[in-house]
Write a protein that binds this ligand. Structure first.
Ligand SMILES: Cc1cc2nc3c(=O)[nH]c(=O)nc-3n(C[C@H](O)[C@H](O)[C@H](O)COP(=O)(O)OP(=O)(O)OC[C@H]3O[C@@H](n4cnc5c(N)ncnc54)[C@H](O)[C@@H]3O)c2cc1C
Length: 288
């Protein structure tokens, strides 16, 4: 497969990048770490006429724990930095753990948070964790900026609520609160492969009872899915009874593929949900 020749533009700021996207229209694609876009170009799945490089912007690399209980992450933060940053890990260990599970060293060193969220692969770790956390994404067209909830942003297979001239600039994720425990569970065929199924969970417990739970599943639908039925079934239940409360998982739509059948993925998701909730509850108990 030969790559179609393309024009290369390096943006100095997000506003420049948005202007370039408007100027070149549908023929233009933004490139950050290139870890999803370049394989797609090489496979001929996309053939942009213009690449707008945002990888060298001065902005967009911040990792800041804010006074208001949020972790602010620039869209150009790499997966490797997110996994290794001690401040980010202390503030929201679920995110750091998910970033650590992505691909291999090369992918983590070059791939960016904004790229992963915008690419919207239903099996990707970071969108799943953002949905579980109730994070929001800051998005700009250079003229207008807006905040989009992760659950509203991911619309389907490789599909998001971004307009053609919009970019993700940063993410706001809640810091792990007092008494909360967390867990990230993933099954993949080989270390570093995309997940067959994955689950992110958070629990706050007190006196052996679940006070609040948040749980989401990845790779088993066209987008990360928050498991509202599981969450409500757990509220008020004894931590020791968690496994008994997790029934067949509602709201997911796994598909057969070369790696596993839909039925297997359904059963696997239930196992991972149970493991994640039990681990999160254990950590919540330690944190209390
Ligand atoms: C071998 C291999 C294994 C991988 N394994 C995993 C894995 O296990 N889990 C996983 O989650 N991912 C995996 N990936 C994908 C990887 O995480 C990518 O880094 C990530 O999906 C995209 O980030 P990027 O910065 O490289 O984006 P790019 O490839 O540069 O761009 C991806 C898409 O996002 C758009 N984009 C980039 N930045 C922005 C922005 N700020 N705002 C709006 N749009 C933007 C681009 O236009 C493009 O459409 C793997 C990739 C490879 C090559």
């Amino acid at each position: 497969m030969f790559t179609r020749p393309f024009r290369y533009e390096r943006a100095g700021q997000y506003t420049d990048a948005c202007d370039l996207l408007r100027a070149y229209g549908e023929d233009a694609k933004v490139i950050a770490g290139g870890q999803s876009l370049l394989p797609m170009i090489n496979l001929g799945l996309v053939q942009p006429g213009v690449l707008v490089d945002i990888s060298r912007l001065a902005e967009g690399r911040e990792i800041t724990v804010q006074d208001n209980g949020y972790l602010a992450l620039g869209a150009l933060v790499t997966h490797a930095r997110l996994a290794a940053d001690t401040g980010a890990r202390a503030a929201q260990p679920l995110l750091a753990e998910a970033a650590r599970r992505i691909g291999n060293n090369r992918v983590r060193n070059r791939g960016t948070l904004g790229g992963s969220l915008a690419h919207a692969d239903p099996a990707a770790e970071l969108p799943l964790v953002m949905v579980a956390l109730g994070a929001s994404y800051e998005v700009t067209s250079g003229r207008v900026s807006r905040s989009v909830r992760a659950e509203d942003f991911h619309l389907g297979f490789f599909t998001t609520g971004l307009d053609a001239d919009e970019l993700i600039t940063s993410v706001r994720a809640p810091v792990l609160g007092p008494g909360w425990g967390w867990s990230f569970q993933e099954m993949s065929r080989r270390d570093g492969d995309f997940a067959v199924a994955s689950v992110a969970a958070l629990i706050r417990s007190a006196d052996g009872l679940v006070v609040e739970a948040r749980v989401a599943a990845g790779a088993v639908s066209d987008r990360p899915v928050r498991l509202a039925d599981v969450e409500s079934a757990l509220t008020g239940c004894a931590v020791a009874d968690i496994a008994a409360r997790v029934g067949p998982i509602q709201g997911i739509r796994p598909a057969d593929d070369t790696g596993a059948t839909a039925q297997y993925k359904e059963r696997l998701t239930r196992v991972l949900v149970t493991r994640a909730l039990e681990e999160a509850a254990g950590r919540s108990g330690e944190a209390a």
